[in-house]
Design a protein around this ligand. Sequence first.
Ligand code: ADP
Ligand code: ASP
Ligand code: MG
Length: 782
Amino acid sequence: MTKVVHKFGGSSLSSAARYQAVAQIVLSQCQAKDCVVVSAAGKTTNTLVKLWDSYQQDDNQGFSDILLQIENHQIELICALLNADEQRALLGCLRQELQAIGEACKHNTLHEASLLAHGEVWSARILASYLTQLGTKALNIDARNLFKLHHGQLLHQQNKQTCNELLSEPMIYIVTGFIASNMAGQTVTLGRNGSDYSATLLANYIDASAVSIWTDTQGVYSTDPRKVASAIKYSKVCRSQANLLARLGNPVLHAKTLSPLKNTAIKLQVRSSFEPEASPTEVVKEGYSKEKRFITTFNELDLIRVDGLGQGEVGELSQLIQHSIHHFETDGEAYLLVPAANTHTVLQALSGRANIVESALQGCAIVAPSADILYLQSQARQILSRQDVVVRFSHTASKYALFLTDQAIDSDTLALLHDKLINKGRELGVIIAGLGNVGEVFVEQCRKQVSRLHDQLDVKIVALVRSKEMLFCASGIALNNWQQQWQNEAVAYENDELIERIAELDYEHKVVVDITASESFSKLYPSFVKQDCHLISANKYAGTADSQWYQTLREQLNERELYWRYNTSVGAGLPVNFALADLQHSGDKITHIEGVFSGTLSWLCSSFDGSKPFSELVLAAQKMGYTEPDPREDLSGRDMQRKLLILARDIGLNLDVKDIQLEPLMPAELAQGSWDEFLTRRDTLDAFYNQQHECAVGQGKVLRYTGALTLHENGNVTAKVGIAFVDKSSAIANLTPGDNIFVIKSLWYDNNPLVLQGPGAGKEVTSAGIHSDLYWLVQRLK
Ligand code: ADP
Ligand code: ASP
Ligand code: MG
């Protein structure tokens, strides 16, 4: 059975109500043997740090005031959450511990790490008691018994063994974050914000499949969402960028969080304990997510130059001050960025090898793909200067640019930087495949539509693809002159080449618009999805592919939170897929769909009045371009069969083409042989049609070619495409030649069905239908 580690930070445990919410998450998400790692409640560690400072400064009054504050906070949590017996037990322990702290202070024997450790010990104890009280088997574990260090190094082998011995019973373990112990049994901490690291370490030791970091935001954002309302939540962030952000002091993940996940398949998610249903951010291995743009801010830092920085020295200094220290080299000099409150300690530790270059700095860093850094650096500099923010020091590396400033970067400036540098990167790259009748009109309509969408998302057409050639331009093709650009820059088309170019596209969002009628192109959809492309298809092949292929594609799209729109694959621009989705989202259940979904067959049947042979109408339709090049494709009914299958899948039915009975609008023997041979046997078709027509007339009805699907009360489905004799008064009988009609029955539209009718083909309406899909997509992504 796979195990999961859940970590709840202080922000998730800031009040009794938050403990209750956390307990609900644990109850609903955890199974026996899962581990829950907890931080100290709310800002308890900060308060304990203050307590330590007052101890060091011999500020006795301050010390007892802070101790009292801590005591009250803990009592409040215990009393609000636990029943009388548990309260008594926990309050007893708490009093003893606080008394011991007071004594140690008096006798000057207080130990910093042991003092800070109390925060986590208290929260694990309260949560375990509370869960037990709710009837769950939960055991409180002190991580000092699990994580051992020797000379500052974790003893992974030994720890793994201990964890597997101590955490093997079928219960939920509530483990203290942040703390470990050395061989002498003394407390050691893993650094401020270190419970994230505890969680991934533990996951590694117990071979967990996943770690969920539950915090007070829904995931990792482009910048602090508490400061900038338009911060973008990323569904995926790659490990190296998360790591860099952490090293730059961003609190959302601790700097060492990712190291235990190296060479493992353990999944890491950041999610909100305030909104457990919200989609999380997944921190994924390199190559599984495009690099994103971020801004993170700094407060109260000193810039220190060091002579000869030894290997591992920064880690030791970070350990010493309990804070991650960012370091970099520039012009052959090594620099450290140290929280001002810790500078003294760092200088002492580096005894004479370091000096302060700048002190009391604020600032920000932009993290982005290498290709963007120089541009972003120069833009940010301009914005800061326009905002009168004085840059005292700046440094640019391949993946980030940092600015150390006099003033703090306030929310307004941060929002401005974010708007200009991060949101700007939010583009939708559109790959258009198929430049036939509809494709050309679609591209033409794009000229206006793209500028209309501009306020919502920067939409750029990056590729135009034909079967033999393609034009690919990552910065966007100029639509008023694409034919010229095509002439100059189009290259031979290869599937692999297209996929490779898409993989390199540095766009926040990508969509492949498939206006081809090619089955082989539709087979590339899984490769597009792997490159994080949304899909819009007018092409029917993917939507009607065999169930297994189709379901896998759907799952891959879901996994990556990608959309697939195919409004025009049935009924051209008619909003039939919208209507079906809408009814179902509103709680309705579709029971029957019937209609004419082929413009060609609609025209042929409605135009036939017996004055001309049927084959003559077929030839006329062919001449007017209403049919496939070989009109038998239309007469076979296969096109309508596919459309009915798409509709069936839209209403949640798991059908395949073969499940839809097919009766062609021609005798079976005419399907064989060439078109010319067919022409010599026109009479057979006419005899067949006349006979059917006369039968219909004999019954006082008219002949139409229809598709019909019924979901019976017992759950059975009947689906058929073929010749139907319909009442003269029915909507299907009175269809304008060439129009499509969809008659939909549902729980709500039962006796009086919902009818959608109109042109079911035509380049303008089809192209407009594809634009409707694109518009829909932009609304979701903006
Ligand atoms: P926890 O107590 O759960 O460990 P932290 O306070 O350590 O939580 O980290 C979460 C906080 O990080 C958020 O409340 C948010 O204000 C801040 N933060 C800063 N930058 C980001 C970012 N890019 N994405 C998400 N949160 C961020
Ligand atoms: N409680 C510790 C801190 O505040 C560890 C953590 O929260 O991750 O730094
Ligand atoms: Mg944290």
